[in-house]
Design a protein around this ligand. Structure first.
Ligand code: SF4
Length: 278
């Protein structure tokens, strides 16, 4: 039987735990309809569980009119928040405090006269919300994109919280070519960095790695990429039912890690299933 080890830092982060607690409290305590603006977190199974408890996902604020609306961890634009407070009976702000910090920093950079660059994935909900706090900001995801951004003389940079330090460094190096003033506010969340470092450490001494989390979760996908670069037998799954015993034939050490939107109950069920492999 293979030894199964879980990474030192894995699974639900502070922001996700907080958002889930706020949502569970809302379901328990409030009368009337409850909605989340988009999936509360990037974890389909958790979102389905909340749906079953009566917290329905809506894609537009107006679809929650008259009910309680929970704003998710990724945050919202000021315009969306204002609209929510106008049309909903109650607004519960589950935006992660570390994401709030990004909003505060972009607003500060704008006030100080910097042209704002958000280093992150275009279209990611967190980046879209941050853009709402800094209209006109450039979104850059890779160093090759810098040449097309036609940046000015004073550039202020913030980062999607779940991005890797290596991507950030590559983009900053491309921007900071000595011709302009560059102010970097590194808003990468420590939870992400800790999970990435712990996953790398574990992948180095494992024959196979299992990475648990939503396929729509950026930070889980990054974890899987980091592990696969070290341990070719890396498998990204959303739940224990996806495990295939053939993946682990001959493996004596199996490592497990999980993205920041994966609750500990999902990690426990995967570990249990791996420990029962023949
Ligand atoms: S990964 Fe960090 S920024 Fe994102 S929700 Fe978790 S604690 Fe907040």
């Amino acid at each position: 039987m293979a030894e199964v080890r879980v990474a030192e830092h894995a699974g639900a982060c502070y922001g996700v735990e907080r958002a889930l607690q706020l949502a569970w409290d809302a379901v328990d305590s409030f009368e009337g309809e409850i909605f989340t603006l988009g999936p509360l977190i990037h974890n389909p199974r958790v979102v389905a569980g909340l749906e079953a408890m009566g917290a329905h996902v809506v894609s537009r604020v107006d679809d929650a009119a008259g009910g309680t609306l929970i704003l998710r961890t990724h945050g919202v634009s000021p315009h969306e928040e204002q609209r929510a407070r106008e049309v909903c009976t109650k607004v519960i702000d589950a935006t992660c405090p570390f994401v709030k910090r990004v909003h505060i920093e972009v607003e500060r950079l704008r006030r100080d006269g910097y042209e704002v660059v958000i280093v992150g994935e275009p279209g990611h909900p967190e980046v879209v919300a941050t853009l709402g706090h800094a209209p006109g900001a450039h979104i850059i995801s890779a160093p090759e994109d810098v040449a097309y951004a036609s940046l000015g003389d004073r550039v202020g940079i913030v980062v999607q919280t779940t991005l890797t330090e290596s991507t950030l460094n590559a983009v900053v190096d491309a921007i900071d070519d000595g011709t302009r003033e560059v102010k970097l506010v590194n808003t990468i969340c420590e939870a992400t960095a800790l999970r990435q470092a712990a996953a790398s450490d574990l992948a180095r001494t494992s024959d196979a790695m299992v990475v648990i989390g939503g396929r729509n979760s950026a930070n889980t996908t990054h974890l899987a990429e980091i592990c696969a670069a070290i341990c070719p037998r890396t498998f990204h799954i959303e739940n224990a039912e996806e495990l295939d015993p053939d993946w682990f034939s001959g493996a004596s050490a199996i490592g497990v890690t999980a993205g920041a939107s994966t609750p500990s109950s999902q990690i426990d069920s995967v570990v249990k299933a791996l420990e029962q492999l023949p």
